[in-house]
Design a protein around this ligand. Structure first.
Ligand code: BMA
Length: 375
């Protein structure tokens, strides 16, 4: 496309963006004071291994196998009688000013579920499968290796990124209880960047540009008054050492939790990758004084009836993991589920996993008072 046409289109899309606010101003890292509840969450995450490992699931209360949009429901709860201690949601398409996210869940519903999970004493994490601002494609559009560079301060999509971050900031700032308490959230932007399937992935940008994108995101959200976030650094399983893990680490001053995403494609590979990553991340968390989690994992369709107690739990027990989170039980994609539902072959094993004193579900963490300091 002709450059002038491209610039005009880019400016147009910025003007049309429906979240508004913000200005094209260079930002400076400035530590925003976080809410006391957010600070308490960080302390709780660091102390959590002393209690056990929290179990989490993505989109747990909004849909599952054979249902969508019901209230007070989750496949995990249908199987073991308790909600996951951690619930994950995704902000993909908030940047477009849409009512629903990329998996067609409304942002109003997500907000309501986040506040409900906080009021119950549970933990919330948010990822962002953001569209490609340069091409108009989705997160997985890796056709343009200049996207990240174009978002930085002198880039042609910089203002567009700021407008998109306005949408994120507005949402985060809107997470408030009836009493006006802002709900703390573990935000996990720019995840799985050690692979190259997202437009912010390893082959798509330089180390300096990836780090600059993180800092820009952090600074801008702080500038917009977002003081209820902890930030999670969450690569895939590609790093083979602490140095490789930290290659694109954006900095101790802006990261609170270190983790990784690891899925079963082959059982032996999974055992090896989990063990390697758990060792690496334990070392980083210890040396950098960070909380630690398995930010995404799972075995699609769980075709192993004892996977929970014979594979997942034994892998985790020797490491200071605050939570382990499995991905969604999709209603809109065949055979794309990671937690059991009533009648699934791993149901009984999941109940045994639930009953193990090392695993923490919602009822377990309610007695910990996660959002209160000096427990
Ligand atoms: C991916 C898949 C997609 C989904 C996305 C965001 O890993 O589950 O189907 O759209 O996460 O939830």
């Amino acid at each position: 496309m002709n450059m002038r046409v491209y610039i005009v289109i880019s400016l147009f899309s910025v003007l049309l963006s429906s979240c508004g606010g913000g200005s094209k101003k260079e930002t400076v890292t400035e530590k925003t004071k976080r809410t006391p509840e957010t600070e308490a969450l960080l302390v709780s995450l660091k102390q959590m291994p002393g209690y056990g490992i929290m179990f989490g699931q993505h989109d747990a209360p909004v849909y599952g196998i054979g249902w969508q949009g019901d209230e007070n429901r989750s496949d995990v709860k249908s199987v073991c009688g308790d909600y996951p201690a951690v619930m994950s949601f995704d902000l993909g398409h908030i940047e477009l000013g849409k009512e629903n996210n990329l998996d067609n869940v409304s942002f109003d519903r997500i907000r309501r579920e986040i506040i409900a999970q906080y009021n119950r004493g549970g933990v919330i994490t948010i990822s962002w499968h953001v569209d490609n601002p340069a091409t108009g494609g989705n997160s997985w559009d890796v056709s343009d290796s200049t996207t990240v560079a174009s978002l930085l301060f002198d880039g042609m999509n910089h203002v567009k990124l700021l407008r998109w971050l306005d949408c994120v900031a507005n949402f985060m700032n809107s997470l408030q209880t009836e009493e006006g308490v802002k709900v703390p959230v573990i935000f996990r932007p720019w995840h799985e960047h050690t692979g190259s399937w997202f437009w912010w992935g390893e082959q798509l940008c330089t180390t300096a540009d990836y780090k600059a994108l993180w800092r820009l995101t952090y600074d801008y959200l702080c500038e917009k008054g977002v003081d209820n976030l902890l930030y999670a650094y969450s690569p895939g399983v590609e790093p083979g050492s602490v140095d490789e893990y930290l290659a694109r680490y954006p900095g101790d001053d802006i990261v609170d939790l270190v983790g990784f995403d690891c899925y079963v494609y082959n059982e032996n590979d999974y055992l090896r990758q989990m063990t390697t990553m758990l060792k690496i991340v334990t070392e980083v968390a210890t040396q950098h004084n960070k909380a630690m989690a398995v930010t995404e994992t799972g075995y699609e369709t769980i075709p192993d009836s004892v996977w929970w107690t014979q594979t997942l739990l034994p892998l985790l027990t020797d490491y200071p993991v605050s939570y382990v989170l499995v991905w969604r039980n999709a209603y809109n994609r065949d055979n794309h589920y990671y937690a059991p539902y009533p009648g699934h072959m791993s149901e009984a094993d999941f109940v045994t996993f639930y009953e193990n004193p090392r695993t923490l579900f919602l009822t377990d963490v309610q007695s910990i008072n996660i959002y209160t300091e000096n427990k």
